[in-house]
Design a protein. Structure first.
Length: 132
């Protein structure tokens, strides 16, 4: 029984490991660009409202800090919801790959690293945007 779909692709189909690494890197870049763009969205879409708050005396750093706090809370809640639904998803998506069962496992590095990098690129997007 294979634990990861990558093991099946390498063992059965002869897909080179370097191809899988290249795909993983490209997916990480695409998701990080997406997180950066999502970080810019609140400041760009609410520019008029944020400029009014800035004109009334609220500092740009506080505006960006509040956007970061709400974004961080949303990121944390989203990943906690995914972690809570993972057993049900694993049972639902437990379809075999090349007639071998594959389970959606838990990796502690990915459980911490993925939300951290998403929030990092989200933060860069928020801080790079002109909030007011």
């Amino acid at each position: 029984v294979f634990k990861h779909a990558a093991d099946i692709l390498i063992e059965r189909l002869g897909v080179p490991r370097s191809s899988l690494v290249a795909i993983a890197i490209s997916l990480a870049l695409i998701s990080s660009v997406g997180s950066y763009v999502i970080g810019r969205v609140p400041a760009v879409l609410s520019r008029d409202r944020l400029s009014v708050l800035h004109e009334q005396g609220l500092a740009k750093s506080r505006i960006k800090a509040s956007i970061l706090i709400f974004g961080g809370a949303a990121t944390a809640l989203g990943y906690l919801a995914i972690r809570a639904c993972l057993p049900a998803l694993s049972a639902l998506l437990g379809a075999p790959v090349l007639y071998h069962p594959v389970s959606l496992g838990s990796d502690p590095v990915l459980d911490v690293g993925t939300p951290a990098f998403v929030f990092l690129f989200y933060s860069i997007g928020v801080l790079a945007a002109d909030a007011a």
